[in-house]
Design a protein around this ligand. Structure first.
Ligand code: HEC
Length: 145
């Protein structure tokens, strides 16, 4: 096979296997607010870089906010953000798992707890059944402060 065709063939195989590309999902849906490198933007959205390792102490929190969205005040690294995080429940479970694993694995790699297990589409399917409320999400986040 020619070198030019190889990446195309690999992408096709990944597509057939149903593997979602977390980096691409992030670029298409999250980067406009959280910025391409996850640094966040003042007045718009908090950083997702080096801030989420400790949030995994309540495992449902990060997938929960991506599934349900959240509006209101959030303090991150001493800065208050008052914005609107949309719900991404319209994305398939495989894409949700892939984008969260991308955010954790690329922007928070240094802080991931040793016992952390990447999220699976099944984790999102289970969480969908009990779509977390804003009150629940705030309580989970406070627990991990
Ligand atoms: C329209 C802008 C916007 C987009 C697009 C967006 N977010 Fe957010 N995100 C926010 C805001 C604002 C908050 C803080 C919510 C609050 O103030 O209650 C937030 C919070 C978060 C948090 C919690 C951070 C913490 O410190 O607890 C995570 C995780 C997150 N977003 C992930 C994502 C992912 C993944 C995507 C793409 C699928 C995404 N966001 C897309 C605006 C956005």
């Amino acid at each position: 096979m020619s070198r030019r065709l190889l990446p195309l063939a690999l992408a096709l195989i990944a597509g057939l296997a149903g593997a979602a590309d977390g980096k691409a999902v992030y670029a298409a849906n999250c980067a406009s607010c959280h910025q391409p490198d996850g640094a966040g933007a003042d007045g718009l959205a908090p950083p997702l870089q080096g801030t989420l390792g400790k949030r995994l102490a309540v495992r449902q929190y990060v997938p929960g906010i991506v599934l349900s969205g959240l509006a209101g005040k959030m303090v991150s690294k001493g800065v208050t953000y008052t914005g609107m995080m949309p719900s991404w429940a319209h994305l398939p479970d495989a894409e949700l798992a892939a984008v969260v694993n991308h955010v954790l694995g690329s922007f928070n790699a240094a802080e991931l707890p040793a016992a952390h297990v990447p999220f699976s589409p099944e984790d999102f399917a289970a969480l969908r059944a009990s779509k977390p409320t804003a009150k629940q999400l705030r309580a989970w986040r406070a627990e991990t402060d």
